[in-house]
Write a protein that binds this ligand. Sequence first.
Ligand SMILES: Cc1cc2nc3c(=O)[nH]c(=O)nc-3n(C[C@H](O)[C@H](O)[C@H](O)COP(=O)(O)OP(=O)(O)OC[C@H]3O[C@@H](n4cnc5c(N)ncnc54)[C@H](O)[C@@H]3O)c2cc1C
Length: 433
Amino acid sequence: MFTVNRRNFLKFTVATAAVAPVVGMPFIARGAAAAGQKVVVVGGGPGGATAAKYLKMADPNLDVTVIEASEKYVSCFLSNEAVIGERTMDSLTIGFDDLKKHGITVVIDTVTGIDPVGKTVATKGGKTYAYDRCIVSPGVDFKWGAIEGYDEAASETIPHAWKAGPQTLLLKKQIESMKDGGTVVIVAPPNPFRCPPGPYERASLLAHYFKTHGKTKSKIIILDPKDDFAKKGLFIQAWTRMYGYGTPESMIKWVPGAEGGKVDKIDPKALTIQAQTEDFKADVLNVIPPQKAGSIATAAGLVNDKGWCPVNQKTFESTLQAGVYVIGDACVAGVMPKSAYAANSQAKVTAAAVVAALAGKEPGTPSYVNTCYSIAGHDYGFSVAAVYRFDEEKKEIVGKAEVTASDASPVMLKREVSYAHSWFDNIIADSWK
Ligand SMILES: Cc1cc2nc3c(=O)[nH]c(=O)nc-3n(C[C@H](O)[C@H](O)[C@H](O)COP(=O)(O)OP(=O)(O)OC[C@H]3O[C@@H](n4cnc5c(N)ncnc54)[C@H](O)[C@@H]3O)c2cc1C
């Protein structure tokens, strides 16, 4: 029997993500819905694009339309490499032409409203689209003003770089122009947020950049409202090995909530930061604000009082609006993190559930998958991986993630970097091609 331990699970997912999406979509029914039934997908990110593609693969009779606000999708995943100039923006940019080859209609427009009673979606461009089922994958938006002084206008000079594109380039430019001996302050967000290891990967890669660009006196301070973070042990180990963590010369300083890391206020002109017990001054300030579901979810009545979308975690149908499914960063998905891989996996489960529902069948029993790689330095990567299941009693997605062993060899750490890069190619192929 094939047992999924961490080692063969990683091999399996890296090798098969693009071609054989077995995990996450084991039960799809083919060609079962009546011809011409309509599914409208809001958002063409990894959640929306994957859902559209797998719907069409499962049932070519379905009429599938993706409505996406941007002409091209720019990936946040691996964008931390772009911040330090080790990856081009082009390599992060994905068009929708290949998606269209599956027979999917792609409309570039912004969805402004969803009417779950009339079953229509309205757009900024003045169009209305009827649907039998609607899948919403709008990603996140920011809680502007949650940190006093940091609003959308302030983000024009103080990047969050948590949505890739011009923000990524702005942070890159500021990092490149910072003098040796300067300080980058990263303000990390509270849970839950997009890409839990992301801020710490960014700090690591900035240290790597300074170390390899003759700016060894530069420092990175992470101000954090939390006392723990994803893959913390592995990050601290990497920082200790490569960047002097734990010594007075450390390039990285992490200030947890318990030591006053929560930031109350910033001054966007002076680049000063008022944390709970101390004030800081930055040369480059990177504020990653608290987050909530993408704003269309609020407009469509899909969010709870915390700003996220509760769903039936077996099908991803909203518990607030029948016939509307929410996936990806915007939804509440048990213990699954907000990641592109999770969005891709949830999209397959949802595609199967929608095909079943349109054919008048019960959804099957899904499994879900996620692996998140982090690159912490030259030839130095690690990951967290899990296969999740739906717990019928708790009515929640459950599962235990495992991380790279702390005694992993240098060869293994180097291999994880190549896994990260091949994962990136595979997730793009699996979602958009
Ligand atoms: C620095 C960083 C590193 C990351 N690294 C990784 C990683 O290594 N691995 C990983 O798995 N994940 C990673 N992530 C997380 C990943 O980017 C997100 O989890 C993922 O993009 C979520 O996919 P989504 O489809 O839910 O939303 P998104 O990717 O945000 O896509 C949403 C799409 O919907 C569109 N949209 C929104 N509202 C509307 C509307 N009203 N009308 C029309 N279109 C709309 C948007 O334009 C967007 O294209 C990283 C994130 C960051 C910030």
